[in-house]
Design a protein around this ligand. Structure first.
Ligand code: ADP
Ligand code: MG
Length: 264
């Protein structure tokens, strides 16, 4: 014959309430000691179960997002950003742009912090419940092309639909064939007004002809990305160079990078 505790255990397992299962006894002890009402006891257990689930869900989503976790809001030095950009970045972290399916395009010289900044934004979006997927552009292109060869491009693009935000890092960094860029364009076209894309690039739009090869495809890709988008230019001195200077005891002023802002 089972006792009550064993039966509660079985029910809570069946109901998939692991946190309540592992804490209800000690909570009952506190409840008795503090003279809680029944509702207070139930409230405490339910709240703990929900909190724990939310923590686990965020952990899972962060893993699934493939975001590099070390590039977070906490490790990003916001003092390096121009003052006028800061409220914009805070706004992006709240995720309204993703609800509107807007895109975010961030341009600038290498080492400015583009990738780190988008990863930090991506992590915050996951924390507010958004599904995010981070990928280097070159890996994404390979995945898309492989899928096309296997006649599974539509299926893969459909799978990306479950992410509210796709972060494509370093578009144009690696030279791709025309065929490779066509599959990327297919993804852009499919996501247009259906899901957000965030992009980092060292290349200004005027140089995107070299990415997409064909002038018509280039124009069409830019057109889809730019319509409903936030464009950020981040032309700062390379963080790495600055850190190297600091460690050598040299001056560490954030000065505009020598090549200046890309012409968009
Ligand atoms: P980009 O993508 O513009 O080339 P990254 O984001 O890769 O630049 O930044 C280069 C390196 O400098 C990374 O290790 C990144 O974590 C670091 N970094 C850049 N900007 C900042 C910042 N504002 N605060 C902290 N680390 C930064
Ligand atoms: Mg980068």
């Amino acid at each position: 014959m089972k006792n009550t505790t064993q039966e509660i255990d079985i029910y809570l397992k069946e109901l998939r309430l692991p946190t309540i299962r592992s804490t209800y006894e000690e909570t009952a002890f506190s409840a008795q000691k503090e003279g809680w009402r029944y509702e207070q006891y139930l409230f405490t257990l339910a709240a703990r179960e929900c909190d724990e689930r939310s923590v686990k869900r965020i952990e899972r989503q962060l893993q699934e997002s493939r975001l590099p976790l070390e590039k977070s809001k906490e490790t990003f030095d916001f003092n390096r950003l121009p003052l006028k950009l800061r409220p914009l970045i805070t706004g992006l972290m709240e995720g309204m742009f993703a609800q509107r399916k807007d895109n975010v395009l961030i341009f600038g010289t290498p080492g400015s912090g583009k990738t780190h900044l988008l990863c930090a934004i991506g992590q915050e979006l996951v924390r507010c419940g958004k599904k995010v997927y981070f990928t280097a552009c070159s890996l994404l292109v390979q995945d898309l092309l492989r899928a096309k060869k296997d006649l599974a491009l539509r299926r893969l693009i459909k799978r990306y639909e479950r992410y509210e935000v796709i972060i494509i890092d370093d578009i144009g960094y690696v030279q791709h064939s025309k065929q490779e860029m066509e599959v990327l364009f297919t993804l852009f076209a499919q996501r247009y007004e259906r899901g957000s894309i965030m992009i980092t690039s060292n290349l200004a739009f005027s140089q995107w002809g070299a990415i997409f090869k064909d002038p018509m495809v280039t124009a069409a890709a830019i057109d889809r990305l730019v319509h409903h988008s936030v464009i950020i230019e981040l032309n700062l001195t390379s963080y790495r160079i600055e850190q190297a200077k600091i460690s050598k005891g040299l001056s560490s002023q954030t000065t505009p990078a020598p090549m200046g802002a890309p012409t968009l």
